[in-house]
Design a protein around this ligand. Sequence first.
Ligand SMILES: [Zn+2]
Length: 97
Amino acid sequence: MILRIIIYAAILYAIIYALRGIFGSINKQVNRDERGDGSGGDVAADDEMIVCPECGTYFPSGIGIPRRVGRERHSFCGEECAQGYSLRGGPPEEAGP
Ligand SMILES: [Zn+2]
């Protein structure tokens, strides 16, 4: 009698634990989506790979550093690239062949 109650309690606990894991992962996804829509709408989705206009490195847009240069908005792979680009006011000059 008591043993059966304990088994039921254990099963119930396992179900709750599993559900909490599932809902936990859903909540994380929702938070990521909300963060992407937060600002202006011209920021790319989280996991999209974009090119740093300064050094040409591919990186996920989620870690990019947004910087307004002149009339355009760019995302850079790092603070150094953002500074270099904005100080020059444009893309780096192509070296001759
Ligand atoms: Zn860069």
